[in-house]
Design a protein around this ligand. Structure first.
Ligand code: ZN
Ligand code: ZN
Length: 264
């Protein structure tokens, strides 16, 4: 008995050793395969980022074509604008056909004709929603459908409410630079789901309501964004921002966009 069992041990070891070698061989094969696949995927990703987009998003058709020129350049969309809006404001100045008398507005020293309002922005045709968020900065954060710039909730480094008296009926004014909106631009969105504009991160901004439900969205992130269909997305769900339905300070109106960007 003792002799027999001793005899079996080397045999068993041999079988185990063979199995082990087979295991190593198998696993190293599959590791090689994975590495090959990874390299292939990386090549694909590089190709995608340089891919030429051939069709402008349907939402660009809603922009004021008298002021705005939009075209594709590789994977980017170029938006050139005169900055001159297609609606009335006191900031056109007396004598202009779009001049609007607004006795309650504490006019800044500038009017439309005293400044150069032109701006050009370039945005990704396909926003990158996987990276970290980016804070908005002073100056143009997007172009509205009217052709004028969108600004954030700051005015010259301070809170906007200090400059609120100079905002016209549509939440805009002129500082040293371009005519721009800080609040819900009532000239083209007033408690509805209308398109407001395109922001620097390539994400579209809509009014306080969503066309997907006809109501105020209840699933917005900190930027006012969510994913659903829109009137311009051809039935596809896509990420977009809304003007957040919260009255800002003592303005009686709503911030257009305070950030952060999600699409950089
Ligand atoms: Zn301002
Ligand atoms: Zn929506």
């Amino acid at each position: 008995m003792k002799k027999n069992s001793l005899k079996k041990i080397p045999q068993l070891s041999f079988v185990l050793a063979l199995s082990f070698i087979a295991l190593i061989a198998c696993s190293s094969d599959s590791v090689d395969d994975e590495i090959t696949e990874d390299i292939a995927n990386n090549d694909d990703a590089d190709d995608d980022s340089e891919e030429v987009v051939t069709e402008l998003h349907a939402a660009y058709a809603a922009f004021n074509s008298d002021a705005v020129t939009v075209y594709l350049d590789g994977s980017e969309v170029v938006i050139e604008t005169t900055g001159l809006p297609n609606h009335e404001t006191i900031y056109w100045g007396e004598g202009n056909s779009l001049y609007k008398e607004e006795p309650d507005v504490a006019l800044t020293p500038s009017i439309m004709s005293s400044n150069n309002n032109a701006t050009t922005i370039r945005v990704d045709a396909t926003p990158n929603l996987t990276g970290s968020t980016v804070q908005t900065e002073l100056g143009t954060i997007g172009i509205a459908v009217s052709g004028s710039s969108l600004f954030n909730d700051q005015e010259g480094g301070g809170a906007l409410d200090q400059a609120a008296a100079s905002l016209d009926w549509t939440g805009a004014h002129i500082g040293p630079g371009v005519y721009h909106y800080h609040l819900e631009p009532k000239a083209f969105t007033n408690d509805d789901d209308n398109l407001v504009g395109i922001l620097l991160d390539g994400v579209f901004l809509y009014g306080r309501k969503c066309s997907a439900t006809g109501d105020y969205p209840t699933d917005l992130d900190a930027s006012g964004g969510h994913t659903s269909i829109t009137q311009y997305s051809d039935g596809e769900e896509e990420y977009h921002y809304h003007i957040i339905n919260e009255v800002y300070s003592t303005t009686g109106s709503y911030l257009a966009f305070a950030g952060p960007f999600q699409g950089y």
